[in-house]
Design a protein around this ligand. Structure first.
Ligand code: UFG
Length: 341
């Protein structure tokens, strides 16, 4: 089965390509390389033994996207990762986010409709729940007003997919990720944040290795046991595996509904201080951090009710927080070696 992975040279995309290939799928990647490198293709090949087909393409470009689909008539499913994802940047330049994240999705859906491609896995986010009233949060919790244009593109995308699936043959699985972290155990692929990282774990590893001076912990006055905010961190390989199950489920026509939504998390919430402690334990490094003000727009705590994904997909996240932090640290050390050579 040939699967199109958009954004397949990116962080979650590259790990998913490896897992698809492991399961015997043929993969074609499209990516505009705006936040990733062509070299990732070689790294994927080193892990899986297979170099995926690749085309540099901006999915916002209607003509070039149509041409790609005309030349690739044997695609049986699409896993759509390609999108911008920096919250702060989306606040500063909302049009860039709406154009990139929404136009590309519309182009993909149009081509799916025109060419009879039925199966779409979409990268969504737990950000659609905002601060849920009930924890752990299940898939039927209400979607709350988005805190940023980035979050809004995820909400609108989900609606665009729902509306389109109603009147076409297109089926979709929308995966709401909690906080993906860590890297492949080979340390050949991982996250490559552009500039100063927004997210906690790359900021921790960059601080420990000396790229950043100090980590700021955003707030210790939350209503949580140690006062810092709580998230559901999930290893990127666990997440990648869920995508393979989701696309197979559609190809094998096992869905129960045309559009299904699953939370992808571990079900465990960890505070910022617990994440730091885990990092210090597995790395043996002392982390330089200080407590500062809350970051605007952050929710206090969110973690997943994973029962639906566990029962329906037969999938469960396996990796512990310590394993996640160790893989993130090994990846950071590998990156440092690479830049020195
Ligand atoms: N944090 C720090 N210091 C940092 C970075 C983060 O203390 O330097 C804290 C945050 O305040 C938060 C936790 O670490 O409590 C996790 O923050 P991340 O930025 O790693 O992740 P978020 O939970 O903020 O991000 C998630 C998703 C995004 C989504 C966002 C919406 O990963 O896709 O929620 O708020 F957009």
């Amino acid at each position: 089965m040939k699967i199109l992975v958009t954004g397949g040279t990116g962080y979650i995309g590259s790990h998913t390509v490896v897992e698809l290939q492991k399961q015997g799928h043929k993969v074609v990647i499209v990516d505009n390389l705006s936040n990733s490198h062509r070299d990732v293709l070689h790294q994927i090949e080193k892990i899986s033994g297979v170099k995926p087909d690749f085309e540099e393409l901006d999915l916002v470009d209607i003509a070039k996207t149509g041409d790609f689909f005309n030349r690739n008539r044997d695609i049986s499913g699409i896993i759509h990762f390609a999108a911008f994802k920096a919250v702060g940047e989306s606040v500063a330049d909302p049009l860039m986010y709406y154009r990139n994240n929404l136009f590309s999705l519309v182009n993909i859906l149009q081509n799916m409709k025109d060419k009879g491609i039925k199966n779409l896995v979409f990268s969504s986010s737990c950000t659609v729940y905002g601060q849920p009233d009930k924890l752990p949060v299940a898939e039927d919790a209400p979607v709350q007003m988005a805190m940023s244009p980035y979050g809004n593109t995820k909400q609108i995308s989900e609606e665009v997919i729902q509306d389109t699936a109603k009147v076409t043959d297109i089926n979709a699985v929308m995966l709401r990720y909690f906080n993906p972290i860590g890297a492949h155990e080979s340390a050949l692929i991982g996250e490559l944040p552009l500039g100063v990282p927004n997210n906690l774990v790359p900021f921790i590893t960059q601080t420990a290795i000396g790229i950043r001076k100090q980590l700021s912990v955003f707030g210790e006055d939350y209503n949580t046991p140690d006062g810092t905010a709580i998230r559901d961190y999930i290893h990127v390989v666990d997440l990648a595996k869920a995508h393979v199950i989701a696309i197979d489920r559609m190809i094998e026509e096992n869905q129960k509904k045309k559009v299904e939504i699953f939370n992808l998390g571990t079900g465990n919430g960890f505070s910022v201080l617990e994440v730091i402690k885990s990092f210090e334990k597995v790395s043996g490094e002392k982390l330089n951090y200080k407590i500062v003000e809350r970051r605007p727009g952050d929710v206090e705590q969110v973690f997943a009710d994973t029962r639906f994904a566990n029962d329906e997909l037969g999938w469960k996240a396996q990796k512990s927080l310590d394993e996640m932090m160790l893989s993130a640290w090994n990846w950071e050390k590998e990156l440092m070696l690479k830049t020195k050579n």
